[in-house]
Design a protein around this ligand. Sequence first.
Ligand SMILES: [Zn+2]
Length: 454
Amino acid sequence: MAILTAIITCPKSANITIHTDSQCCISTFNRIMDPLTPLRRLQKIPNFLIWQAIKYIIRSNAISLDLRKVKAHSNDLYNDAADALAKEGASSPTAIYLNFKHIPNQKATLTWMNLGPLERPVRKWTTDVISCKSFNRFINSSNISSLMSKCQAVPIDFSITQLWINYNPFVSITSNELSSYISYKIKSMNSLLPTCDLLQRNYPHVYPKTPISCPSCNLSTDSNDHIILCSIYSPIIVDLLFTHESMLTQFLYDKQPTPHKIPRDNIQTWISLTPIFAANRSVPVSDNLDLILISHQFIPKSFDDLFMKIFPKKKPRRAHLIDFLHFLLMDLRKITWLAHCDARAEWEKSLNISQCCKRPRQRTSSRQSASNSRVTQIHRTDTPSTTQNVYASSLWLIWASSNFLHSGSWTHHRSITLHYNIFFDFISFINSFNIDVIRHPLLLHDAVPSFILG
Ligand SMILES: [Zn+2]
């Protein structure tokens, strides 16, 4: 845009030299001006409408433009002045809009929600929109709704959560161990670990019809939500957190980028103030919301905040954080889920329930059961859901539209809306585009006053 606004002020047949610190701009300019670059490929260049306009002005005004690279942040007077102007422009409420309908060779331009044209490769853009919508559906899914409403006050870092779910601690990139490792995490996240309530639902002919108590404590109905809250495991979990608290102090002290620059006492204080460890001293396990979230593989933002103090750079910070999570969560799995599996196996043995009992029944009845399950499915879809969404189901529209207002990925805007559980003023959001957006679906949405409900 800076190049466009510069050349648009120049007279015809001018010889212009622009000094820039962006090698990317110079390379893109060379690709745009290359007559061998096909139009289809030009459409895949970011901001291709601006580049098309630059090409048109250069050709029609017979301008000779030379782009020269200068070193960034090298106290070049004019480059620093250009940087300052760019920063000022980025935060300015006014913006320059191109009328893309007048750009030659552009037979059609895709637009989004009447906010503006798509200036990115369409496939990548579509992937983002689908990701926004899938994620919105996921955080409102019935499987995690009780967890989300209980822990709504705790900001979750979904980017790190995604990294954690995909983390592979094994040497090989594919293995049975990796499959079961990831499968455990996904089931734990979606509350689909085979606890007695789910086994009873899946094998009604095998398990007792009455509600089944937790095989470890025999005090509450067995469910995914109960595992971390089970009174039998609570004292062991408290001890585990104390152990990992001191191990983390040593880990961060050893791994800090400049050896021993940060005193051990400071690191120890920061860790003790982190919600999961602070709550471990003051409240029972059932009230330690960060622990409950992490036991379901959702990583609270407080972990990244802690690691940020020691590792300012993103890449090493995330690598060390994921390493630590692996040790903590695998130990937590051992003392909760694996202990629960052992207790359940003992209980099943006492009732003579074996793996053989869980095999599908004879083929004669499978057709009948298939038709029954179909009836059940139809029944389920016909019944309206009574649970209210924790988050608004239109958040994906905000995330997918945010790129028209600011740079940055949709996940950045997801963090802003979900980390801080902000009361989202959608009218200001839409008005901030400063263009005619009367057909934006957010303005037609009924339940608009608050974007985060509850
Ligand atoms: Zn229990």
